[in-house]
Design a protein around this ligand. Structure first.
Ligand code: UGY
Ligand code: MN
Length: 244
């Protein structure tokens, strides 16, 4: 590792800029949160960065029941390891759940469960969608713009009542986004597998499993997958919203 990146010399791959951030595991800060007993959080993205969402890794040291979300706040959770249960319905690893604001279901985390939790102030159009849960493995991957080397699994239904998307994008080695995207929606993502080069604004950065990224509105973005195995990331974006 070049000295510049070695932790003992004050190095990290993490980069935090005004409109984008790369948050890598060696700079994780573990904290506790009120009401979440026996549990540690690593909050990677929060409104303090300029984001409209919070994204946290949550690790249960013992089994626990999560406190309810604040009024008006929706949640999306994706289980990385172990088990979560919503009113007794099991969400195993790679299972997910959407919790609309004021969802009364009990969220139970088993000992050693690890999940990624997203929270945001829900922007309702007409009717707020009901709660839902599922398993990533049951969702077919759709080729992005006809390229079957890059597939998207949409975990939320395509329905204008949802103010966001939560997708898993899978890139075969050598596949890339077809062009540099620039859009007013923000993104946060967690790398699940593989890696490659992420371009954010004027930075081209190597990224790999466990890395998280925040992209503010209008940040030029592109990814190219490297290596021999497919690369996957879980990404959110605000969606079905007026720019005004
Ligand atoms: O959905 C998206 O905008 C996605 N293609 N962006 C990205 O992967 N950076
Ligand atoms: Mn995008």
């Amino acid at each position: 590792m070049p000295p510049r990146l070695r932790p003992e010399f004050g190095g990290t791959r993490s980069v935090v800029k005004a409109r984008h951030a790369l948050l890598t595991p060696e700079s994780h800060e573990r904290i506790t949160q009120p009401g979440w007993s026996d549990c540690e959080f690593v909050t990677l993205i929060s409104p303090d960065l300029g984001a409209k969402f919070a994204m946290s890794l949550v690790e249960a040291q013992g089994s626990l029941t999560a406190p309810a979300a604040m009024a008006g706040i929706a949640r999306f959770l994706f289980c990385l390891e172990g088990d979560v249960a919503l009113d007794g319905v099991r969400i195993p690893a790679e299972g997910f759940a959407f919790c609309p604001p004021d969802d009364k279901r009990e969220i139970a985390l088993s000992k050693n469960a690890r999940l990624v939790l997203f929270e945001w102030r829900f922007v309702a159009q007409d009717e707020v969608p009901g709660p839902l849960s599922g398993r990533l493995g049951d969702i077919a991957g759709q080729p992005l713009r006809g390229d079957d080397r890059l597939r998207v699994q949409k975990m939320l239904p395509v329905d204008p009542g949802f103010d966001c998307e939560f997708n898993v994008m899978t890139f075969d080695p050598g596949a890339s986004l077809a062009y540099v995207e620039v859009h007013f929606m923000e993104h946060g993502l967690l790398f699940l597998d593989g890696g490659g080069i992420y371009r954010l604004d004027e930075d081209w950065m190597p990224v790999t499993e466990g890395d998280a990224i925040w992209m503010g509105p209008h940040v030029p973005q592109w990814f190219g997958a490297l290596g021999r195995e497919p690369s996957r990331y879980l990404i959110y974006k605000n969606y079905n919203r007026s720019p005004l």
